[in-house]
Design a protein around this ligand. Structure first.
Ligand SMILES: Nc1ncnc2c1ncn2[C@@H]1O[C@H](COP(=O)(O)OP(=O)(O)OP(=O)(O)O)[C@@H](O)[C@H]1O
Ligand SMILES: NC(=O)c1ccc[n+]([C@@H]2O[C@H](COP(=O)(O)O)[C@@H](O)[C@H]2O)c1
Length: 177
């Protein structure tokens, strides 16, 4: 029995993540999805709450016929303790999937097997690109699973991102103009 952990910020969950999870689902019997940086929301690079990301992922993974546990993980300010923190918050797991060099290093040093799936259409499939497209009014809907698009509509997520981007560009020295 293999229980696999996949960690990401999922801001938002997109088709690249879906591609990786479809791959993991072929190799593992149970999946744990760790929602990283769970404490942040309403920031330009982290616009969605942990709860909203849980909704996106849970709905997008409804067709997966295996147990899936979606767990929010807050950051802690000590990398050396982070793996223990993750372990305390998740069901036991046998392996980790990640493309993040720090995550790979920390789990490797803890003696946990880490696999790095190939990037899929990374030119367009990144959270950063999708958030930028939302700000610019370009098509982003095709880059995320349909249920994710529905969640972002339900929570009026694009309006939130537009306001956050506008506030981010506002210079405090010019009186907010
Ligand atoms: N297009 C993709 N194909 C395969 N794996 C991906 C892709 N995009 C991200 N990943 C992987 O998914 C995991 C979670 O990534 P993350 O949630 O940071 O997405 P991201 O698209 O890189 O987001 P951002 O641009 O906001 O940093 C990481 O291990 C990352 O390497
Ligand atoms: N010290 C810590 O809290 C710590 C260390 C390594 C990774 N993380 C988190 O793990 C997640 C990794 O996800 P990404 O691969 O999407 O960057 C991020 O949310 C990151 O903040 C946290």
């Amino acid at each position: 029995m293999i229980r696999a952990l996949y960690i990401g910020r999922f801001q938002p969950y997109h088709n690249g993540h879906q591609y990786v999870i479809d791959h993991i689902a072929k190799e593992a019997d149970e999946l744990i999805i760790g929602i990283g940086t769970a404490q942040l929301s309403h920031e330009p690079a982290d616009p969605f709450t942990a709860g909203e990301r849980i909704l996106m992922i849970t709905r997008a993974l409804q067709k997966i016929q295996k147990p899936v546990y979606v767990i929010p993980l807050e950051d802690i300010n000590r990398n050396a303790l982070w793996v223990s923190h993750v372990r305390a918050m998740t069901p036991p797991f046998d392996r980790v999937y990640s493309g993040n060099p720090l995550v790979i290093r920390l789990f490797f040093e803890a003696g946990i097997r880490v696999l790095t799936p190939a990037m899929y259409e990374r030119g367009t499939l990144s959270g950063t690109t999708i958030r930028e497209r939302m700000v610019c009014g370009d098509n982003w809907e095709d880059l995320v699973p349909v249920p994710v698009c529905q969640v972002i509509r339900e929570i009026d997520g694009v309006s939130r991102i537009l306001v956050l981007a506008r506030d981010d560009m506002t210079c405090p020295l010019d009186g907010g103009k």
